[in-house]
Ligand binder design. Structure first.
Ligand SMILES: [Zn+2]
Ligand SMILES: [Zn+2]
Length: 317
């Protein structure tokens, strides 16, 4: 049995870059401290911030909700949970149940948006109806609804559970494809402007192995399942396995990629924004990607906006 570096209890994990073994208790303490330092390093939150945390029901966002709620008092910000029920059969039901259970356990106000109530359809029907791949559709819908909900509940930031691997994967892919626009957005923090709420990724220096261990040892409600509609592209899978190998062989190189990238590139996420003529939200195109979906469905943006505002108002604080 390997012992914890800080107490006589058995270790549950070895931290690769510091070569340190830690028990469940000391690992949790250590990880929360690292997330706090990450938030400070990138100046993610300020006193009085109201942070909307997007939770999918998976391990990464479950850990994020738990850690951000834990740090909220000390760092003087408040949090609201958001779960979007994507209407993907039993899978979404299980995800929603876990997310709600988590919000209740950590005792934070929360909002659940059911896509079928908002748009009349879940992702599978939407994908068939407008003939678009489920994953890209899901991305557009989630981004739009997160931003809309943040506006509706007057949140000052949106936090997502992207891990080190997620961010590194997007950066390497955007670099290979030389997508400069996308590259400039791939930072731990993006600033908000004109109704576009700023985003933060507090887990950007935390690995999936760590979020999993954290969620597991803290008995957080989360699902192990992967979305049944997810189809990984070959390029993404290859980049992912490259990152995993790097993390194993040279544990610090992936963190340094994320740090350097955030220093080198200016945040252009709020540049070239225009107002969508349909919904009035900031976008790079008009109609915005979300309104293009609404037009195909024959739905009015006001309908969707009013519904989300109504749900946000009913939130118990
Ligand atoms: Zn210990
Ligand atoms: Zn729009």
């Amino acid at each position: 049995m390997v012992k914890c570096a800080r107490c006589p209890r058995p270790a549950v994990i070895k931290i690769r870059y510091s070569k340190m073994h830690l028990c469940d208790h000391h690992f949790s303490e250590y990880l929360v401290e690292r997330v706090k330092r990450t938030m400070e390093r990138y100046d993610m939150v300020g006193r009085g911030d109201e942070i909307l945390i997007a939770a999918s029901g998976g391990k990464d966002s479950a850990s994020l909700v738990h850690m951000l709620a834990d740090l909220s008092h000390e760092m003087e910000y408040s949090v609201i949970g958001l779960h979007i029920d994507l209407g993907i059969g039993d899978y979404s039901e299980r995800c929603s149940a876990k997310a709600v259970k988590l919000f209740e356990e950590v005792n934070i106000p929360y909002i659940v948006l059911d896509l079928r109530r908002i748009l009349g359809h879940g992702i599978p029907e939407l994908s068939r109806k407008i003939r678009r791949k489920a994953c890209s559709l899901c991305g557009i819908v989630k981004r739009y609804l997160m931003n809309l909900t943040a506006n509706a509940c007057r949140a000052s930031k949106i936090a997502t559970g992207h891990t080190m691997e997620d961010l590194a994967q997007y950066i390497i892919k955007a670099f290979l494809l030389q997508d400069q626009e996308q590259l400039s957005r791939l930072k731990p923090v993006t600033k908000g402007r004109n109704g576009l709420i700023g985003r933060i990724k507090p887990l950007c220096e935390i690995t999936e192995r760590e979020t999993f261990t954290y969620a597991y040892v803290n008995h957080l409600p989360f699902t192990y399942e992967e979305c049944p509609m997810f189809r990984e592209r070959t390029l993404d899978a290859e980049i992912r396995s490259f990152i995993k190998r790097m993390q194993y062989e040279r544990p610090s190189i992936v963190i340094s990629l994320i740090r350097r990238q955030s220093e080198v590139l200016a945040d252009r996420s709020a540049k070239n924004l225009i107002k969508c003529a349909y919904c009035g939200m900031p976008s790079s195109t008009s109609p915005c990607a979300f309104c293009k979906i609404l037009i195909k469905l024959g739905r009015e943006p006001e309908d969707v906006i009013n519904r989300v505002y109504e749900i946000a108002e009913q939130m118990s604080r």
